[in-house]
Design a protein around this ligand. Structure first.
Ligand SMILES: Cc1cc2nc3c(=O)[nH]c(=O)nc-3n(C[C@H](O)[C@H](O)[C@H](O)COP(=O)(O)O)c2cc1C
Length: 171
């Protein structure tokens, strides 16, 4: 299984959780980690290059911190530019049969992301568009890997989360 992990964090040098998860992911056989903000600091995405990477992968993991109940902005740009008509949908369905999976970090914890919690919705509900995108493109939507409470998470908890992420990526 060839997996490409697209890390979308605007400030990975200041990141504790995504940086650790991405580093751990890179140690898993068959996994390639790419940092979207490093690749495109000017925000101009090379859609052809991105499509070529995706065509070689069996599984595409979008890894990002939750920003305003959504993703950092460059991921939206990436979706708009890369998942183009005539390639991702329309005459061709280049990603059909591949797996799409999200690996999301959130500041809020488990209690926050409940129907009766302060957020009023689960993380999966906030990010439901990705599930619909996967279905629209003929992809299989994998189980989301969520790391919560990231504003208060301890170094030990981060260290414990890395092998869990690696196990998911190894499966
Ligand atoms: C601009 C911005 C918006 C954020 N919005 C949310 C949010 O909507 N929900 C949430 O749970 N955390 C939110 N956070 C917290 C981040 O998700 C959290 O800091 C991040 O997941 C930690 O990962 P890192 O150590 O890799 O940076 C936000 C942080 C920033 C900087």
């Amino acid at each position: 299984m060839k997996t490409t992990v697209l890390v979308v964090h605007p400030n990975i040098k200041q990141s504790r959780v995504n940086a650790a998860l991405a580093k751990g992911a890179a140690d898993v056989a068959g996994v390639k980690v790419r940092y979207l903000y490093d690749l495109y600091p000017d925000g101009k995405i090379d859609a052809t290059a991105e499509q070529a990477v995706l065509e070689k992968a069996d599984r595409i993991v979008l890894q990002f911190p939750m920003y305003w109940y959504s993703s950092p902005a460059l991921l939206k740009q990436w979706l708009d530019d890369v998942l183009a008509y005539g390639w991702a949908y329309g005459d061709k369905q280049a990603l059909k049969g591949k797996e799409l999976m999200l690996a999301v970090t959130t500041g809020g914890g488990e209690e926050f992301y409940q129907k009766d919690g302060l957020a009023g919705h689960t993380v999966a509900e906030f990010l439901v568009a990705y599930e619909t995108i996967a279905s629209y493109l003929g992809m299989n939507y994998g189980k989301m890997f969520v790391t919560g409470n990231c504003l208060n998470i301890s170094d030990d908890e981060i260290a414990a989360q890395v092998p869990r992420y690696q196990a998911v990526l190894s499966a």
